[in-house]
Design a protein around this ligand. Structure first.
Ligand SMILES: [Zn+2]
Length: 221
């Protein structure tokens, strides 16, 4: 049985990591196999990638892009984050953003791009992480085939598990190119906004309102 077939189903979902991740050699094998299949796709689409000076290297280039960039967050572990004890027991709202989000839609393989905001209510006995780490966590989960609703949830779960806050809010506002570049060809101003609230954000309406207000003012700059 091949390695791929022996993996549990959840690890095969486009926005889940593969079990055990892949090392450099395994990723190189995957790239070579994917490039061959993209060559086949070009053959079917009647694109002469062998003689067309523009597309000669495209199958290999696209395979590399998928394995090493667009799906990086499936084959590599989440970024290492340094956690600090909340020594001063800081317990007030922290909001960070806008953080650039670049992902790929699971339905059409088209880009999703926009911004994210994170709101944290630290707990005195929990952990604090450096601000730039939120960017890295978002980049990690965005580098999978995503739908925005699940991306927000995955980011939330990871931060909750690693830092144990009293409350966490994650908000993404993004353009989906499957809507602007094809289909209805919507305006690039057309975005999707969604949020996820955990802990005291979910139970306390005033924290929720304060977070949304901070996001709105941060987005204006
Ligand atoms: Zn789509």
């Amino acid at each position: 049985m091949s390695r791929a077939n022996s993996l549990p189903n959840s690890a095969r979902l486009g926005n889940h990591a593969v079990e055990g991740y892949l090392d450099k050699t395994e990723r190189a094998d995957m790239r070579a196999a994917a490039a061959k299949k993209i060559e086949e796709l070009f053959d079917i689409l009647q694109i002469d990638h062998q003689n067309d000076h523009n597309t000669r290297d495209t199958p290999a280039r696209v395979a590399k892009m998928f394995v090493e960039e667009l799906l990086h967050g499936r084959y590599n572990p989440p970024p290492k984050i340094t956690e600090f004890d909340n020594a001063t027991s800081y317990d007030q709202l922290i909001v960070t953003g806008p953080i650039d989000v670049r992902s790929t839609c699971a339905h059409h393989l088209m880009p999703i791009y926009g911004v994210a905001f994170i709101g944290v209510l630290p707990s005195p006995e929990g952990k604090i992480i450096g601000l730039s780490k939120y960017d890295r966590i978002i980049q990690h989960f965005a580098a999978r085939l995503q739908i925005q609703e699940e991306l927000v949830k995955q980011i939330e779960q990871h931060i909750v598990e690693t830092t144990n806050p009293r409350g966490l809010a994650v908000r993404i506002s993004a353009v989906h190119m499957c809507k602007t570049h094809r289909g209805v060809r919507a305006s690039h101003a057309s975005r999707m906004v969604n949020s996820s609230f955990y802990g005291e954000f979910a139970t306390n309406a005033s924290y929720k309102a304060e977070f949304i207000q901070e996001c709105t003012s941060l987005e204006r700059y």
